[in-house]
Ligand binder design. Structure first.
Ligand code: TYD
Length: 212
């Protein structure tokens, strides 16, 4: 089973992933967790290039780097793990590319589909949990700052996080379009709900749909 988590930066994906892994491990399930970009030696190097805020990268360059990182992870880790019967929990997958590079950066969506199918070997998650949050709330939460315009120039922000609030609004809108087109695969959760409530919603949906 392949489970993915999506949402704009600061939505709380990592917290939910940790809780889900604990739950599944206690159930005796064989689970591995991975994050994108990254997850193999070469993909981690690509991650460093993508997030380094000391240089600029064009939208096409960015798309190809995210896709290169994904191709490595899929071939080296995800395909073998799924083949061995493991459950793979992935912090971001190709929906991030559609939302960030497609809707956010404005790259043609049809072109994106071909590149995504190339980099994923056609693998589609069994279920995707989307944590929905307003971009301003997400930024406040992530950086505990109240002055958003200043925060976007903060030295501590990575290259993607420096893209600004308008970019994040487009990304959020993009996710909403993805949800409309994949309403069965994507499960929308309110990221402002208490952490334990979100966790219980996730478990309920999983028990409902899969033999766990
Ligand atoms: P990361 O620090 O992992 O962010 P988060 O904790 O929010 O997941 O950085 C990944 C960044 O890369 C994040 O801003 C989302 C972005 N991204 C894309 O733009 N396209 C993609 O295909 C992927 C996988 C991530």
């Amino acid at each position: 089973m392949l489970i993915t988590f999506e949402g704009i930066d600061g939505a709380g994906k990592s917290t939910q992933i940790i809780q889900l892994v604990n739950f599944m491990t206690n159930q005796g399930m064989d689970v591995i967790t991975l994050r994108e970009p990254g997850g193999t030696a070469s993909a981690e190097k690509i991650r460093t290039i993508l997030l380094d805020n000391s240089h600029k990268i064009s939208p096409v360059g960015e798309l190809l780097l995210f896709s290169a990182s994904r191709a490595e992870l899929v071939q080296d880790v995800i395909v073998p793990a799924l083949g061995a019967g493991k459950t793979v929990i992935l912090d971001r997958f190709f929906d991030s590319t559609t939302a960030y590079q497609g809707y956010g950066r404005g790259i043609d969506l049809e072109l994106l589909k071909s590149i995504i199918s190339l980099s994923t070997c056609g693998i589609i998650p069994d279920i995707t949990f989307y944590l929905d949050i307003d971009p301003i709330e997400a930024m406040k939460r992530k950086f505990a700052k109240t002055s958003i315009p200043l925060a976007f120039e903060d030295e501590e922000l990575d290259r993607m996080e420096r893209s600004g609030i308008e970019f994040y609004r487009k990304v959020q809108q993009g996710y909403r379009e993805i949800i409309k087109q994949n309403s069965h695969r994507l499960v929308v959760l309110n990221a402002m709900d208490p952490v334990s409530d979100i966790h219980h919603q996730i478990i309920t949906v999983l028990k409902d749909r899969f033999p766990i």
